[in-house]
Design a protein around this ligand. Structure first.
Ligand code: TPP
Ligand code: MG
Length: 578
């Protein structure tokens, strides 16, 4: 069969069920863009910047309702997209990246966009292919998609040279797409039995879950209730366990965790960790020390023992392993009584922490606790909440209860600012039936804010709440103690109303607590009618999160006495001399 590689790639994407591609056309992919535009089942979305496109693709994948796909030019498109590809790689999010490739038929050097894209992408992709024949196009795209979605998911890269896209060639027999089978791989039965024994004999068992457990919420709930165990989550896995469950303790473990979690896990003698790598954020810069009886469940065996040695490692899909563990556990007579005690303490600690925030004087600005309390009441349980990276992220983690699985996304381990504005668009296109809102810092808006126009073009009715504090607060707060200076963390002023108008999105101003309810209502109503809205929130950042306080303390303890004295001396001197 004589076909162009553009036709073949488009056919393969249709077979896989891709509905959207994100990117910008150039001379190396216009043929592919043209084929996709002619497809009845796909929409090529024009973005402002390929970095924004990559964040949209990432968020589309995080909803679980589609494989996020990039369609970009070689070299400059790939380097622009690299932040989003890196985020997907470190966060374990599937993504298909397709770029054109330079011509191989002219024999010329120094072509436009000529660079080794594969070398650049090697550390941030699971697999890379350069297509060398028409017959390879469909099988390679199929294989790449399967790799992206198997095991610990991640991004994959396919380069299609432009001469193959333009010219017809022999495609041979075109195969059908064979999706991955349901994940069944699970740990050895004797290991499951050992884990069950440790949990049965524990006095204070606890559960810690990350994004890897996001599709195992039902099993986690059954386990937590059977054991009477508190459940804490990572930042990325905030939505893996519903915050309105009485055994939900909250974000993080150890001294940087919310009080309900810190207290519930203080004397934990057996920790069941599911789908987490014990990375820097959820452990508060590794300020947390798990008990010796650590049961670690993950689909990626490389995480076992990377930071903390497990007593039992259970490799496999979280849902499959937890089901086996539930079967092996059997009835636990003490579980219900323990659950009552644990949940009463959690409820009291959560109330105490909320009150601490509500009692804080927000000095005429918007109180974070009042903002999130009202937002939670006005959003449906299945709303998707996207945060960027900064102080606002940890305010969400500590003060905004997340009620549904895959209901919270943020750029976690690659930690790429600029995620939220585009990611909200990707999530809304994937799930038009859901309310999708973003919480974004004023620093991050400067990175990808012009992507708001993409929401208008796609008629994506979303709301972005910009936390305007005038600073790169997460860093400025960390500078305060040691340096007593804010070097490069104070932002130039921005006219958000003008920014909204320039992008043709709606605008609302929230000046103080009296505005909260009315403004959220108005923004959500406009979004429901298909109008994207930017809300400027004059937020009060004068109270620090537990996370920031805990991490600063943990890192200070790492210095030796001499360095501690030097740092404290410098801080005091700067305070005295101004
Ligand atoms: C691409 C990138 N650059 C820099 C950083 C370092 N960084 C982490 S949080 C942060 C501050 C973010 O400021 P803003 O968006 O205003 O949010 P806020 O902390 O004020 O809520 C910075 C600069 C980063 N994570 N990513
Ligand atoms: Mg800020």
């Amino acid at each position: 069969m004589q076909k162009t590689a553009a036709w073949l790639a488009c056919h393969a994407l249709e077979q896989v069920g891709i509905r959207y591609t994100f990117g910008i056309p150039g001379v190396h992919n216009t043929e592919l863009y043209d084929a996709i535009a002619a497809s009845g089942s796909m929409t090529p979305v024009l973005v402002a910047h390929e970095g924004g496109g990559a964040f949209m693709a990432d968020a589309m994948s995080r909803t679980g309702a589609g494989l996020g796909t990039l369609l970009i030019v070689p070299a400059a498109g790939v380097t622009h997209a690299a932040s989003g590809i890196g985020e997907a790689f470190l966060d374990g999010i599937p993504m298909l990246v397709i770029a054109g490739g330079i011509r191989r038929d002219t024999g010329r050097a120094y072509q436009l966009h000529d660079m080794d894209q594969h070398a650049l992408l090697a550390p941030i992709t699971k697999g890379r292919w350069r297509i060398d024949s028409h017959a390879a196009v469909v099988p390679v795209i199929h294989e790449a998609c399967r790799l992206a979605m198997s095991g610990e998911p991640g991004p994959v890269f396919v380069e299609i040279p432009v001469d193959l896209q333009l010219m017809a060639g022999d495609a041979g027999e075109i195969p059908a797409f064979v999706p991955l089978p349901q994940a069944t791989h699970q740990a050895a039965p004797e290991d499951v039995a050992r884990a069950a024994q440790l949990l049965r004999s524990a006095v204070r068992p606890g559960i810690f879950c990350g994004w890897g457990a996001v599709d195992a919420t039902a099993e986690l709930r059954r386990l937590a209730e059977a054991l009477g165990a508190p459940v804490a989550t990572t930042l990325q896995g905030l939505s893996a366990f519903p915050a309105n469950h009485p055994l939900h303790a909250g974000f993080a473990l150890g001294p940087a965790a919310v009080p309900a979690s810190e207290n519930a896990f203080r004397d934990c003698d057996c920790l069941l960790a599911v789908g987490t790598r014990f990375s820097e954020i959820p452990t508060g810069s590794f300020g947390y020390q798990p008990p010796a009886n650590l049961i670690h469940v993950d689909i990626n065996p490389r995480v076992f023992g990377a930071n903390y040695p497990p007593a039992v490692a259970l490799e496999g899909d979280a849902r499959a392993v937890l089901r086996a563990l539930l079967d092996s556990l059997g009835p636990l007579p003490g579980g219900a009584e323990r659950a009552r005690r644990v949940r009463d303490r959690i409820a009291a600690d959560k109330q105490g922490y909320r009150d601490e925030w509500l009692d804080h004087d927000s000095k005429g600005r918007v109180s974070p606790a009042r903002f999130f309390g009202t937002l939670r009441r006005q959003l449906p349980d299945d709303a998707i909440i996207v945060a960027d990276d900064g102080n606002h992220t940890f305010l969400v983690a500590e003060l905004m209860p997340i009620h549904c699985p895959r209901g919270f996304f943020s750029p976690t381990d690659f930690n790429s600012m600029g995620y939220c504005i585009p990611a909200v668009i990707g999530a809304k296109l994937a799930r038009p039936d859901r309310v999708v809102i973003g919480i974004v810092g004023d620093g991050a808006v400067r990175m990808t804010g012009l992507e708001m126009a993409t929401a208008v073009a796609q008629r994506a009715g979303v709301v972005w709440f910009v936390f305007n504090d005038g600073e790169l607060a997460q860093i400025a707060q960390a500078q305060q103690t040691p340096y007593n200076r804010k070097t490069c963390t104070v932002l130039p002023e921005m006219d958000y109303e003008a920014l909204a108008r320039a992008n043709r999105v709606g605008f609302q101003m929230m000046r103080d607590d009296a505005d909260i309810e009315r403004v959220i209502d108005a923004a959500l109503a406009a979004a429901a009618a298909g109008q994207p809205v930017l809300v400027e929130v004059r937020i009060d950042y004068s109270k620090r999160t537990r996370f920031t306080t805990g991490v600063i303390r943990t890192n200070l303890k790492r210095f030796g006495l001499a360095d501690q004295a030097r740092l404290i001396g410098r801080a005091l001197w700067r305070r005295m001399t101004g």
